[in-house]
Design a protein around this ligand. Structure first.
Ligand SMILES: [Zn+2]
Length: 311
């Protein structure tokens, strides 16, 4: 998304938010519907269910943690888990249908969801939580790199961001969201310390990755991404680019070429063979099991891979 488009997108969200707020206030004023915080005398407050939809897998896992054991809150994922990184992904009619009945849509932003115009045209009433809102980006050719969650710092910032925005949309569960987020961030902190203990002293610092998913991860652990096989999944390098990548890998004494389990490994394997370096898989956590510990498990697995590849 271009900066001016992002600006327009934010403005649109603000205007829609204000319209919804105005509508709710006027309805509540007429006594048509009670606001969530309003208590009815003699009865426990009636909490309507909140259905949250996430755009793709890493956000879905964050939401499983943030909303864990919060009564009446359900989470589902818009795209199939196998979709992986969204990038140019277009929503199918089936995906679009999943937004019916959604109370909140959680997206990554920073250009990851290129289908948002379509969503906002068809479902202008759904409030949007943007995980990357206000965060600092690594830029590539004038575009923000959206893969924040692949670094542990980025994941923590996104969890905190989502939790705060959710709380303002659903104040009745504010404390639960804040408590769950702290618990989850603490778990990420523990793993992060363990990863620093292993990766920081590793003698090999140069890596080659499949696509630009690992920019934030590399920056966090002071690794250098010497070469990227495909800038975006599906954009296969030309013969000339292949030769350049192999040259870079040899010149910079890259430790290993890292494939991603979500994508074909043929090109990366050919590059590694030509350059005489090993191939390992690093997982950007864009697909996996339906389990709230999945991100932590995937990162733990990445740590085991790096423990071997960088020493
Ligand atoms: Zn990606």
């Amino acid at each position: 998304m271009q900066p001016d488009q992002r600006e327009g997108f934010r403005l649109k969200k603000l205007v829609i938010g204000l319209l919804i707020l105005g509508l709710l206030l006027s309805l509540a004023g007429c006594g048509v519907i009670p606001l969530a915080s309003e208590k009815t005398s003699g009865q426990p407050p009636q909490k309507a269910g909140v259905h949250i939809v996430t755009s793709f897998y890493p956000l879905y896992i964050m939401l499983l943690n943030i909303t864990a054991d919060v009564e009446g809150v359900t989470v589902s994922n818009l795209t199939r888990k196998e979709t992986g990184c969204l990038h140019d992904y277009q929503l199918s009619p089936g995906d679009m249908q999943k937004l019916q009945g959604a109370d909140i849509l959680v997206i990554n932003g920073a250009g990851m969801e290129s289908f948002m115009d379509k969503v906002m045209r068809q479902y202008p009433q759904i409030p949007i939580v943007e995980a990357s809102q206000g965060l600092e980006f690594i830029m590539h050719d004038g575009h923000p790199n959206p893969h924040l969650w692949v670094s542990l710092n980025g994941a923590k910032k996104e969890v905190d961001n989502i939790s705060r925005q959710l709380a303002s949309l659903d104040p009745s569960n504010q404390e639960a969201y804040a408590r769950n987020s702290s618990t989850y961030i603490e778990k990420i902190n523990q793993l992060q310390s363990e990863m620093h203990r292993v990766i920081d002293p590793a003698p090999q610092r140069q890596i080659a990755t499949f696509h630009e998913a690992f920019a934030y991860f590399a920056s966090e652990f002071d690794l250098q991404v010497a070469a990227v096989v495909e800038r975006e999944p599906g954009s296969e390098p030309s013969a000339g680019e292949l030769a350049d990548i192999i040259e870079e890998i040899k010149n910079k004494k890259v430790a290993a070429v890292f494939t991603e389990p979500q994508y074909p490994t043929t090109v990366a394997e050919a590059i590694a063979r030509e350059s005489g370096v090993a191939v390992y898989a690093l997982d950007p956590a864009v697909s996996g099991p339906d389990d709230k510990n999945a991100y932590l498990d995937i990162m733990q697995q990445n740590l085991e891979v790096l423990r071997e590849a960088l020493y």
